[in-house]
Design a protein around this ligand. Sequence first.
Ligand SMILES: *Cc1c(COP(=O)(O)O)cnc(C)c1O
Length: 376
Amino acid sequence: MHFETLAIHAGQAPDPAYGAVMVPIYQTSTYVQKKIGETEYDYARTANPTRTALQACIAALEGGKHGLAFASGMAAIDCVLRLLRPGDHVLASNDVYGGTYRIFERVYRDYGIAFSFVEMGDLDAVRAALRSTTRMVWVETPTNPLLKIADIAGIAGVLAQAPARPLLVVDNTFASPYLQRPLALGADIVVHSATKYLGGHSDVVSGLVVLNDDALHDRLKFLQNAVGAVPGPLDCFLVLRGIKTLPLRMERHSANAMRIAAWLTAHPRVAQVLYPGLPSHPGHAIAAKQMSGFGGMISFVVKGGPAEARRVAEATRLFALAESLGGVESLIEVPAAMTHTSVANSPLAVDPALIRLSVGIEHADDLIADLAQALA
Ligand SMILES: *Cc1c(COP(=O)(O)O)cnc(C)c1O
């Protein structure tokens, strides 16, 4: 079936108990066993029917075999990193979510894992940066916050030639499976902060993992239960509900962002606009090839430096000054001072004059009018 249909129905047959159309919130920690061991569910850390529905739904949307749900995007990322052993090396995009950089450098480095960062858009640089110990290549595309684009199929091709083929992990948070499906492009594992576009309403923190490989899934499922960073049933319900309108929302996010990016480009007080939908963006051709739309995230640099960036971000009325992204409402922030403080003074440090927009699904004219008054 098509994506729009799967978004509403995958994993969500009418409830067997009473025929509820929406998956119920199974708010229970344990389940009665008919005889010892004779039960589909035993304990809710291990499995819960609301979570099972969400896991099946995201697997269908990413075109994968297995889905796993977590208490946050970081918990999902943490579970995937637990596949590593001391001595392993991870090659990552040189522009990643601040929390991803933080867990690499300040948590897993202490366990003997090595990390290095590369321009993922440059396949020769990726090839050159691989080590004999590289077990994982960690890709964000588009990246947070610089909206850089990496060629997922191209990277998969490079890794296929490596002696010990590393796992290709793609954080698909910015695109969502509606715009980009990394498994079909050669990725092994997809991770999501479902807090963002999948949830879509700024009312839940959640994370997801999708993959095809049965043995890797067994290991991650074991870790999900053994470590226990699982989402509650209400959180799973909220993500399931959000996903139902994902196709409609992503269309509007993308259309609004395209208009705003073009408008910002022509604005005299704007020095640079980073949006993969603009033909001037260095990753535009790859983005057009591997994505079905360019999404709702825009970053731009204002003339006048960091102080002017802060002034503009604090002067909008409709765009709320807030961290996070991907909700129906528009948000504005200064990454260097907000979402990306954990990369300050690192090679990944962000220009303090950069402003990031999460363009919502309000009317584009109202959003442009708000930016116009703030820039003025
Ligand atoms: C927000 C985010 C995360 C972390 O997810 P949480 O749900 O906040 O734990 C990971 N990757 C990207 C790209 C993000 O934007």
